[in-house]
Each structure stands twice: as C-alpha cells, then as structure tokens.
Design a protein around this ligand. Sequence first.
Ligand SMILES: [Zn+2]
Length: 108
Amino acid sequence: MAEKYIKLSDVKDVLANAGRVTEYIYDGYESISGYVIDDVDDGLTEIPIADVAPVVHAHWIKYDVDIAEHPLHCSVCGWSNHHISNREIENFGFCPNPKCGAKMDEEI
Ligand SMILES: [Zn+2]
C-alpha cells in the first residue's frame, strides 16, 4: 500500500477541533485524557492527501578512475552524459533523469 502524506498543520487543526474526553482528579481539577475518536477519525479522513513523492538519495559513481573523461553515473538509475563535464555533473544537486530525480546527498 502506497504511503499517503498530509500536512502537520491540518492534523493539529483536527486535534484542536476534536471533542475532548475529560476526567476529574482530586480537588475538582480537570484533566484532558484523550480525544473523541470519531472526531479525530472524521477529521483525518477529510484532510486532502498531499501530492508528494519520497526522496530518493543517491551519489555519483565514477566507474573507471583511470580515465579522466569517463562520465559520472547516477548510483540509482545509471544516468550519465558525455557532453557535460564531470565537474558540472558533480554540481548537480539531483539526477537530471526525469524518471529518477534522485537527490545527490548520499554518504558513501
Ligand atoms: Zn538517477
């Protein structure tokens, strides 16, 4: 089952507007002990699902360190480009392959 994402501020609004279950402790002090489950369930169900994708982390791979002009490759999809210098590729913060888009921040 695919993960679904919602905004934290929306969840906080649901909890702020949900009915609360209270109990009384000694000397008449009131304590909130929980929320009305139906209020929380209904509120969370009504929050729109955010249009996000999980971040894929990757790094640049140089297959042959002895060949200076050998282009770097994306560790996730293998994307490379012989027309762009390795220095320029290393400055990309992400893989430019639109089907990949991995973020180039993976520690190796
Ligand atoms: Zn890639």
